[in-house]
Write a protein that binds this ligand. Structure first.
Ligand SMILES: Cc1cc2nc3c(=O)[nH]c(=O)nc-3n(C[C@H](O)[C@H](O)[C@H](O)COP(=O)(O)OP(=O)(O)OC[C@H]3O[C@@H](n4cnc5c(N)ncnc54)[C@H](O)[C@@H]3O)c2cc1C
Length: 507
């Protein structure tokens, strides 16, 4: 494999080998054969906790986690929440829960409605289809998401319980309609995690036009006086390296690090940059703004029977519901797992299951800012969780629906009773207090380099950063609004689509 530090010239440099970055490099390489350098701050993904789908909880807080943390959350009992992010080949797709849901037609048609041509549901549906493969050969992309086999019987009982409440069976969440209860697809292939790196790049690792430089921490983008990116600097083995860029630089460093790298390079709100000693180069005040994240909470029940041990920690099934009957589509995603989850601080018996309502169209918006001009210092992250009352209201409904699910004929024989928050937590006020003290991140931050056609947008619909000639962003940060389900599939699709956009603009 050629070494970037030897002075090779590259057509394209991509920063970040995560969900989006790996998909982008593969698609761009397949389409153009260009010389591409992929720089990744982390290293090898050869470890059992990544490959074995049941062991990923052990990766959070480990050496392959960026270990970010929010500032104390004013509306969530002043708790500072941990924000794991993958720092390894595959990025966060190497440490995530592997649920693979594309999103709802409404999610992408909203992007289209906002002026983002090419990003409506029908267009992104084609992108998903070309990126994914199926075991029956109906499509032949490299990523092989599928419903897990050998499901736990209790997951089926959850779906039956939802049916009793009129939450109808949805036989394919990835068709563009999320509402209903059904089976999640997962990025588990042949019994192992299929991260973006494993799907897109590992199979072509010997392709001579692709150079992957690991343990390479990009520090800064170098702009010339015409606002063109000339190169970047990165640190590897304690030494600084420079790489020049023939055609384009693409940031795929994720919703925290893409805006962070822009800010470190003087691209952002001028006053804020000056206040920490960074010379503003390009005025783009919304860099780091529009931060949105899903939250979730556990409602845990003791189990009357020993829980089947199949697929532990894999969220096999879930339901998408409206927090009230007038909701268009669904704004609460209720996951179901066969063990204790997201009920921090509560005593839970060994045999238990958790119903996990999550708010998937939150109204609260926050920001990411730099603390200092030092690239080694973690940024300030303030998602302003629960700052909008509507988010609390959605949680109250989600918890009430979760409790109804547990009371159904299908599920009640399994239940010895609710253990968290427990029957004592019944009034709206008590439930809100529970939410403020226990609800946590669903690990889905997006939106910090928002795509749009207005003057405040950070990137345009072709993912080009406003005011800079040869810089694009392709990762979760560009989502103008968050998709109403887990965000990995959408992030990966953004990378794959970016590969196509860049290849087309080269013609
Ligand atoms: C614990 C957890 C569980 C999750 N579970 C699910 C799930 O089950 N299903 C789902 O759909 N979503 C899940 N998500 C969310 C989903 O994985 C992310 O939305 C998605 O991976 C984001 O992709 P990305 O390409 O934007 O960023 P990432 O995948 O994070 O990629 C960014 C890459 O850039 C690298 N990088 C950053 N800064 C630099 C730098 N300065 N120099 C060089 N490289 C750099 C990083 O190391 C990383 O490899 C989960 C997330 C977490 C944290």
């Amino acid at each position: 494999m050629p070494n970037a530090a030897t002075g090779n010239e590259f057509d394209y440099v991509v920063i970040g080998a995560g969900s989006a970055g790996c998909a982008l490099v593969r698609n761009l390489s397949d389409r153009t054969g260009s010389k591409i350098l992929l720089l990744e701050a982390g290293g090898s993904d050869e470890r059992i906790e990544i490959q074995d789908p049941t062991k990923y909880f052990g990766l959070w807080g480990s050496d392959i986690d960026w270990k970010y943390e929010t500032v104390p959350q004013e509306f969530a009992n002043n708790r500072a929440l941990r924000w794991p992010r993958g720092r390894v080949l595959g990025g966060t797709s190497s440490i995530n829960g592997m649920v693979y849901l594309r999103g709802d037609r409404l999610d992408y048609d909203t992007w289209g409605y906002l002026g983002n041509y090419g990003w409506g549901f029908d267009e992104v549906f084609r992108t998903f289809t070309s990126m994914e493969g199926t075991s029956n050969g109906s499509s032949s992309g490299p990523l092989m998401p599928a419903v897990v086999v050998d499901q736990s019987p209790l997951s089926q009982i959850f779906i039956d319980a939802c049916g009793e409440l009129g939450i109808n069976y949805n036989d394919n969440f990835n068709s563009g309609k999320l509402s209903g209860a059904g089976w999640n697809e997962s990025t588990i292939y042949q019994g192992k995690r299929q991260s973006s790196y494993r799907a897109f790049l590992h199979p072509i690792i010997d392709r001579p036009t692709i150079t992957i430089e690991t343990n390479a921490i990009v520090q800064k983008l170098i702009l010339n006086s015409s606002h063109r990116i000339e190169g970047i600097t990165y640190i590897k083995d304690g030494k600084e390296h420079k790489v020049s860029i023939a055609r384009e630089l693409i940031l795929s460093a994720g919703a925290v690090d893409s805006p962070r790298l822009l800010l470190l390079s003087g691209i952002g709100a001028p006053e804020e940059l000056r206040s920490i000693g960074i010379k503003p180069v390009v005025e783009l005040p919304e860099v780091g703004r529009n931060l949105v994240d899903h939250m979730l909470i556990g409602v845990a029940f003791g189990s009357a029977s020993k829980i089947d041990g199949r697929n532990p920690f894999v969220t096999e099934s879930c339901a998408f519901v409206g927090s009230n009957p007038g909701v268009v589509g669904s704004n609460v995603q209720i996951s179901f797992v066969n063990e204790k989850n997201f009920v921090e601080g509560y005593e839970v018996p060994e045999h238990c299951f958790t119903v996990i309502p999550g708010i998937v169209r939150p109204q609260s918006r926050g920001w990411i800012k730099l603390r200092s001009s030092d690239p080694t210092v973690s940024p300030l992250i303030d998602p302003r969780y629960l700052s909008e009352t509507a988010d609390l209201d959605d949680f109250v409904s989600g918890i009430q629906i979760s409790r109804e699910i547990a009371k159904t004929k299908a599920l009640s024989p399994w239940t010895t009773g609710e253990v968290a928050p427990g029957p004592g937590c019944s009034s709206d006020k008590q439930i809100r207090d529970y939410v403020r003290s226990v609800a946590t991140t669903w690990f889905h931050p997006v939106g910090t380099c928002r795509m749009g056609i207005d003057s405040g947008a950070v990137v345009d619909p072709e993912l080009r950063v406003q005011g800079i000639a040869n810089l694009r962003i392709a990762d979760a940060s560009i989502m103008p609004t968050v998709v109403s389900c887990n965000t990995n599939a959408a992030s990966t699709m953004i990378g794959w689509k970016a590969g196509e956009l860049i290849a087309n603009s080269k013609k």
